[in-house]
Ligand binder design. Structure first.
Ligand code: CUA
Length: 379
């Protein structure tokens, strides 16, 4: 980039050499130009590294891994970052050397050699090494086969803008949930990913890479959590106006706790009260048409607005069987308490634009409170 034919060479000298001996010199940068280059390099580094460093921790950080797959991805990231920095430092050093200290001309042959080694051999070697390393990681991201049929399998269906979750246990029993995913630490979990309407993408950055959810297709993803904790997953493919509100808590639990949790969730909520006024209102307003509550007449319905049979879940809204015990409502949109539940029922259209759930602004405040209290009681 700093090589150029020197226009200041005397004409007599230029004409006196043969074509192969045409003189090429390095163009000297002034001290001010070098300072400007360094200033902008530092600015660019700040712009790129500040957000990167700020995202090094947190429940949704790929750089704060809590699983095997995420650790491999984080390692790849740091290797590439370090490699990029070393190459950048090398190029800057060469540029400084050429511009500040080596100002004498070099022959065209040497310039060609420099371009061949620095511009062809070096990048090809580095990129091949990086590609090999990245490809070597890929099969590790999807170790299926041997593990199949041994652990719990989780089927997830993405819909605008929520997650239908089915745990399929080795004994064949299932547990249905929504908008929250739990998995055991130290055990590989296979996810089956489908979509009910459009392309979504399932991604828990702290546990592994992302995988698209495509209508009419089942994609698989395998994750192994290594650290118990509450992480955050997020739809990573633009899927409509509330795409950003399509998230979920992902909770990695000790295996014994996870099994106990599944046992509890395979039964109707122990606090279920079908004689309460809240449940009567829930049914009167037709909530049971879309939402299932285990142990009640509310069993959801065939898909609304979706070709029948396309939705493996066969339900139009999130399962609410134990909704009171979830960390969030509205797919990680709001904290889960009676006030937010009532607010979501009354104003779902404005809280979560584009969702299929109709708002119920006409419900009296005490009716809203009663439904919300009943739902919160589903522990
Ligand atoms: Cu679903 Cu974005």
């Amino acid at each position: 980039m700093f090589l150029s034919t020197n226009p200041s060479l005397p004409a007599s000298k230029s004409t006196s050499v043969s074509a192969t001996e045409t003189r090429i010199t390095t163009k000297t940068l002034s001290a001010r130009q070098v300072a400007v280059c360094l200033y902008w390099s530092r600015g660019a580094a700040l712009v790129f590294f500040t957000p990167a460093l700020a995202s090094c921790s947190g429940v949704q950080s790929a750089l704060d891994p809590g699983g095997v797959e995420a650790t491999q991805i984080a390692t790849l990231f740091w290797v590439m970052t370090a490699g990029g920095f070393l190459i950048w430092a090398f190029v800057v050093a060469v540029a400084l050397y050429a511009s500040r200290w080596k100002s004498r001309p070099i022959s065209e042959e040497n310039a060609g050699r420099f371009i061949f080694w620095g511009g062809v051999v070096f990048p090809v070697t580095v990129l091949t090494a990086l590609l090999t390393y990245a490809l070597w990681l890929m099969p590790w991201l999807r170790p299926f086969g041997a593990e199949e049929g041994t652990g719990v399998r989780v089927e997830i269906v993405g819909s605008q803008f929520w997650w239908h979750v089915v745990y399929r246990r080795p004994d064949g029993s299932i547990v249905i949930s929504a908008n929250e995913i739990r998995l055991p630490v130290g055990e590989r979990v296979e996810f089956s990913l489908e979509s009910a309407d459009m392309i979504h993408s399932f991604w828990i950055p702290a546990l592994g890479g992302k995988m698209d959810m495509i209508p009419g297709r089942t994609n698989r993803l395998s994750l192994l959590a290594t650290r118990a904790g509450t992480y955050r997953g997020q739809c990573a493919e633009f899927c409509g106006i509330s795409h950003a509100y399509m998230a979920f808590p992902a909770i990695a639990m000790e295996p014994a706790n996870f099994e106990a949790w599944l046992d509890q969730r395979s039964q109707p909520s122990h606090d279920l009260d079908v004689n309460s006024g809240g449940f009567a209102l829930f049914m009167r307003e037709g909530c049971g048409t879309c939402h299932r509550v285990d142990g009640t007449a509310a069993q959801g319905a065939q898909p609304v607005g979706i070709a029948a049979g396309r939705t493996p879940a066969g339900v139009a809204g999130p399962d609410l069987s134990h909704v009171g015990s979830r960390l969030t409502i509205g797919a990680a949109l709001l904290d889960n308490d009676e006030e937010t539940l009532a607010r979501f029922i009354a104003h779902s259209a404005s809280i979560k634009p584009g969702s299929q759930m109709p708002a119920y602004p006409g419900l009296a405040p005490d009716e809203l409170r009663e439904i919300a209290a009943w739902l919160k009681g589903l522990q």
